[in-house]
Design a protein around this ligand. Structure first.
Ligand code: UCC
Length: 617
């Protein structure tokens, strides 16, 4: 034994402590090593285990219990618990397989015919079937549980998303399309597409695309859309000509898109008022492409499971939806839903990485102790946990409001809150998902950076969340759009709702949350003071502040939701501590003067300091 140790130790004694050698010795006395094992070491890292994600999510269960009537939550929990088991046993592996077998394009067949065959993996196809069977879209439209059906669906999607191999993306657009059709009351589309989008039979279940982005950019849709529409013909169809630069989930059966109708004189109207909304089916009855060509698939940082293509529309048959020139407003019900799905994916990814990190902490030993017994590590995970709760509670609140709208049981105040909260929800959760997934990877040390652990996927796929469906700044401007449209009512609705969550002094006192509520009230006052100054200020200054304002509104509204939950009968000490920790954070909004023109020039000077234009190089 001693000679074996000596041989092994020759190269390692200089770096090993006697303690480590002692551990090696004890390992070797337990199991004699073969020659190759003695070279590699017998230690292997413990693997984090995925358990039923619904059972492991005490916060989700408590919120749903609070928000749903007992008889509804009982039924919903049976479904979510069973589905959680299916995720572990079947779906998670499909999601991982979809990443390993990304889609590819076969433009020509062996004989030179242009075929544009989009080849997707068997796993991707199975995820289509799972989505239909589980009613991941249908649940929201069958309305078996009335106003709580949306919450049921959102909770299920949140569990599904991190195992979905990005099938969550076509589902987002499919849900958005179904809602657009439902709201539009378009008889043709109801008959033709709605039943497919909400089907539970995999054979008849359709997915939808949302083709908004063209070469000139995705944010400025009014300035960047060049696609034109000729028609209508005798059957009411238009033909579209244009180039769509990003089309996600290009294997969809249909899509909504924007184009400019060409007049008999050959003119089009520029700007937003020239955009009309069109319904497109990607293939004709005989299975051929509807006069469109897939130019190439995109090479992306993440979302590799998902086919994203550049499409040439070359006479694509399409139907006008809604009024001519009302395209942006017409597609907005779809945007509202896809932005909510973005937050579902954000919160879902955060929860999954926290679940894996904490499981790993109970298995991984370093410095002689499990990670779960090392305080600095647990402090980091606790911060991730609070952020995850914050995003989850906000996501569920918007889902609750969405359910009220869809069952015509919403108040005017809640409708306004829903409108302003949707961009806030999207921008806030997306940013935090990137931060929490990044922190989560770090909690696994070097293993978090290794592709074959499957962990890097979480970070790669999170990085798209702040980008698609409106970047953080575009959504901050959307928050201003709402404030301009609704005036004071927009902010006062948010604040009234929050104040009512802080109004039960006896409950607050019983949970030691009085000072927390006071801090939140002070934050609200700071925003009100800011708003009063902004009302008499100029719009550019308000735009400069819009991002910090949006984050601050998220902060205050989430604070109210966390306190409300902490004050409920379902709450635990963890809920109370999460609310306390949340409110202690500072607001990102600064004083109104700090967004002045002078500050703007300082920003520019800082960024451009030392920059040499390429023409001078
Ligand atoms: O297509 C994409 C699919 C990617 C995959 C989806 C995955 C989903 C998540 C999955 C999770 C795994 S990505 C590309 C998406 N593109 C965007 O999000 C566009 C970003 N840009 C904007 O959002 C801009 O704010 C625009 C395009 C909406 C701005 O357009 P305009 O034309 O300048 O807007 P206007 O003129 O201010 O508004 C025109 C009308 C107004 O109504 P009226 O005329 O009645 O006053 C607005 O109030 O549209 C209304 N409107 C809205 N209504 C504008 N935005 C909204 C809104 N968000 N909600 C309701």
């Amino acid at each position: 034994m001693a000679s074996a140790l000596f041989r092994f130790g020759q190269s390692t004694t200089s770096v090993c402590t006697w303690l480590q050698l002692g551990r090696l010795l004890s390992t070797r006395t337990r199991r004699p090593n073969s020659f190759s094992r003695s070279r590699m070491g017998s230690f292997t890292q413990p693997m984090p285990q995925l358990h039923n994600p619904f059972r492991g999510d005490i916060f989700l269960r408590a919120i749903l219990t609070r928000l749903m009537p007992r008889e509804v939550s009982q039924e919903v929990f049976i479904d979510l618990d069973r589905f959680g088991g299916r995720l572990v046993d079947e779906v998670d592996a499909l999601g991982k397989q979809a990443e390993l077998e990304p889609p590819y394009l076969r433009p020509f067949n062996a004989w030179g015919d242009r075929v544009d065959e989009l080849v997707t993996s068997p796993a991707w196809k199975s995820l289509h079937c799972v989505s239909a069977e589980e009613g991941l879209i249908a649940l929201a439209y069958e309305r078996q549980h009335g106003q709580w059906s949306r919450l049921h669906q959102v909770a299920k999607l949140y569990l599904f998303s991190p195992s979905s191999g990005l099938y969550s993306c076509p589902l987002a657009m499919t849900d958005g399309a179904a809602r657009l059709i439902e709201e539009s009351n378009n008889v043709f589309l109801k008959k033709r597409a709605f039943c497919h989008l909400t089907a539970r039979d995999p054979e008849s279940f359709w997915t939808s695309g949302q083709w908004m982005t063209e070469k000139r950019g995705g944010s400025d849709v009014a300035g960047g859309t060049d696609t034109v529409a000729y028609g209508p013909d005798s059957e009411g169809n238009y033909s579209l000509h244009g180039y769509k630069w990003f089309t996600s989930a290009t294997d969809a059966n249909m899509a909504f898109t924007l184009a400019r109708i060409v007049t008999d004189q050959g003119d089009v109207t520029a700007g937003s008022q020239g955009l009309s909304l069109f319904y497109v089916e990607t293939k004709t009855e005989d299975g051929q492409f509807n006069d469109l060509e897939i130019q190439r698939l995109k090479d992306k940082l993440g979302t590799r499971q998902l086919p994203t293509a550049e499409l040439l529309l070359d006479g694509t048959k399409a139907r006008l939806v809604g009024e001519e020139g009302r395209g942006v407003s017409g597609i907005s019900p779809m945007l509202t839903i896809t932005r909510q799905h973005n937050s579902i994916s954000a919160a879902g990814a955060m929860r999954r990485i926290v679940q894996l990190s904490r499981d790993y902490a109970t298995r991984r030993r370093a410095f002689g102790k499990l990670l779960v017994d090392q305080h600095l590590h647990m402090q980091t995970l606790a911060r991730m946990e609070v952020e995850t709760r914050a995003c989850t509670v906000l996501m569920l609140e918007v889902a609750r409001l969405q359910g009220l709208i869809e069952t015509s049981s919403v108040s005017e105040q809640d409708r306004t809150i829903h409108r302003i909260l949707t961009p806030i929800l999207k921008l806030y959760t997306a940013k935090q998902a990137v931060a929490v997934c990044s922190e989560g990877l770090e909690s696994f040390g070097g293993q978090g950076y290794m592709e074959d652990t499957g962990l890097p996927t979480y970070l790669r796929d999170a990085q798209v969340l702040p980008i698609w469906e409106g970047t953080t700044n575009i959504l901050s401007l959307d928050v201003l759009r709402v404030m301009q449209k609704y005036g004071q009512e927009a902010l006062s609705s948010l604040f009234e709702a929050t104040k009512s969550r802080l109004s039960d002094d006896s409950r607050l006192a019983a949970r030691g949350l009085g000072p927390t509520a006071k801090t939140l009230r002070e934050h609200m006052n700071s925003i009100v003071v800011f708003g009063q100054e902004a009302m008499v200020g100029d719009s550019e200054q308000l735009q400069n502040a819009s991002r910090d304002l949006s984050f601050s509104l998220a902060h205050v509204f989430i604070g109210g939701l966390l306190i409300e939950h902490a004050c409920s009968v379902e709450s635990s000490s963890a809920d109370i501590n999460a609310a306390k920790r949340w409110a202690k954070r500072p607001l990102s909004l600064r004083l109104y003067q700090q967004y002045s023109k002078e500050e703007q020039s300082i920003d520019s000077a800082l960024v451009m300091n030392g920059y040499v234009p390429s023409t001078s190089l």
